[in-house]
Design a protein around this ligand. Sequence first.
Ligand code: ATP
Ligand code: MG
Length: 575
Amino acid sequence: MKMSKMYMPTLREVPSEAEIPSHQLLLRAGMIRKLVSGVYSYLPLGYRAIKKVEKVVREEMDRADAQELLMSAIQPRELWEASGRWANFGPEMWRLRDRNDREFCLGPTHEEYFTDLIKDEIKSYKQLPLNIYQIQTKYRDEKRPRFGLMRCREFIMKDAYSFDVDEEAMKVAYENMWEAYDRVFTRLRLNYKVVQGDTGAMGGKVSHEFMAMSDVGEGLIAYCKDCDFAATDEKSEVVYSIPSKEEELKAVEKVLTPEVKTIDALVEFFGIKKHNFGKALVYKASGKPVVVVVPGDRELNETKLANYLKVPGHELEMADEDMIKDISGANKGFTGPVGLKKEVKVLIDKRVTTIKNLVVGANETDYHLINVNYGRDFVAEVVEDLLLVQEGDSCPKCGKELHMDRGIEVGNIFQLGTKYSDSLGAKFLDENGKEKPFVMGSYGIGVSRSVAAVVEQYHDEKGICWPFIVAPYHVIITVVNSKNDEQKNLGEDIYRTLKKKGIEVMLDDRNERVGVKFNDRDLIGIPVQITVGKRAAEEIVEFSLRKSEEKQEVKVGSLEELIFAAFEEEEFSLD
Ligand code: ATP
Ligand code: MG
C-alpha cells in the first residue's frame, strides 16, 4: 500500500485518558479510535493486525478439528432464563427490546445459544465429539471499560464449544483445545503462562486462563518456581497458618480506643502482632448483610466469598455505613463477631479459630474487645479458606514459596460439564439407546485484547515493534526525498518486486519531511525498514529491523534474502 493513499491518522500527542502503552500507541499510530467509552473502531492498520490474529486462531482451531460457523449477536431472553443467567449475569449484560416488547441481549458469550443450536440436530453418540466455534463481536457493559482494546464493552472473541459423550471424552476435548491455545499464543510470540482460573459465572469446576505476562495486566497470578503450580489470585488456595504460641486464654475486656482507627494503629496501641486482630468486614450479599472475619494481616478474597455464599459476583458489595450501624450498633471500624446487635450470618476464615486472645471490634463505637477466643466467646460458620493469596505464601502443591506476577488474560478454557445441557434439555442417545446430557466445554480467546497484549510485550519508547505474525505489513520502504526521481523510482521498483513475492509492503511516498516519515514508521512498528536515499543511483539502500538499532547499507538485489532471513528468525513464513 502506498502511504500517500492510506488512511492512517497518526497523532503527535498522547491522549490523556490513555494510561498504558498499548492504548497510547494504538491510538497514536492511527490504528484505533474511540467512539464512546469501551467502544472502538479498528482503523485500517489496526484492523489488519486484528485479522492477523484471527487468521492464526482460525488455522489452529481448524487444525484441532473445530469447525467455524457464525451465530447472531442477538439472543432472546428465554435462552438465558433457562440457564438462570438472565438474572445472574447482572449489569454486564446489554439488554434490549424489539418493537413487540420481546426481550433480548447482545451476547456476552454463547453457551446457551450453541447448546440450543445443536440440541435438536445432534441425536446420537455417533455424531460426537463435536467442536464448533466462531469469531464474533461480543458485548459486555463492563463496570470499568479502560485501557483501550484491553477492556472494552464491544470486543472480538473467538468462542468454541465442545460436546462429548462423557467426562472423559470432554477432558480429551479440553486437552486438545489447551494444545491449540498453546500453539496460538506461541505463534503470536506472546510470553504467557497457563494458570488455574475460577469458573465464576460460567459454571463447571475446572478452568485455565492463558495470561500474557505484563506489568499493566489486570490479572494477578500466584505461581511457584519449584513446581508447575500457577493460579489466578481469585482461584489460588491459600496455605498459611498463624504462628502458634503457648498462651493462656485470658478474660475478655472492653477497651476504649477512640483514636485507634487502622490496623497499624491497633498493633501499636495494644502491642500485638497484626494477625492477633480479627478483621471483621461487612458485606451485602444479594441485599443481605454478612460479617466476615479474617486474620488482621490478610486480605479477604471476594471471589471465594461469593462462591461460598453462592451469589453472583456482581451481587456482592461492601455494606454501607447504615447497614453496618444497623447490624453492629456501632460506626464503621468497630464491628466484631461478639455481641452483634442483629442476628446475621458470621463467617470466619478457618485460621481465625487458631488465634488466641484476639482483638476485635466491640460493636460499640470507640471500643474494642481484647482476649476474645473462638469457641469460648463466639461461634460462627467456619470456612476452609477465604483469604487472598500473597507473595511468600506456601505453594499448595509443593510447599515452596509462591511468587506473584501480573498478566493479561488472553484466553480462558472451561470444563463445563452438563450445566447447560441439563438446563436446556440437550440430550443424545448413547450406545444403549439411553438418553444422556451432552458433556460440554467452552473455550474463549480475546482476539482484540490479544492485539493489545502483543503491543504491551513488543514496544519501545518510539512505538510499536510488531512481530511479523501480527504486523499490519511486513516491510516499510521510506523514500527519503519523494521529489527525487531516482529515489522515487527505486522505491517503487522495490515495492513492486517485494509485493510480487507475497510480502506485504508499505511505501512511504508522501511529500513529508524525512523526520516525520522516520517517526511514523517507528511508531507504527513495521518490522522491516528499507530506506531509499542518497545512494539510490547505485542501487544501494539501507536495511534495518524495527526491533534493533543496527542499520546496514545493502544492494537492492540482496533485500529479499535479508527479509526472508528475518522471517525465519521469528519462525514466520508466508502462506
Ligand atoms: P476478565 O476477567 O478480563 O473480565 P472474563 O474472564 O470475564 O475476562 P471470558 O468470559 O473468559 O472473560 O472471555 C474470554 C476471553 O475474552 C477472555 O479471556 C479475554 O481475553 C476476552 N475478554 C473478556 N472480556 C473482555 C473485554 N471486556 N474486552 C476485551 N476482551 C475481553
Ligand atoms: Mg475469563
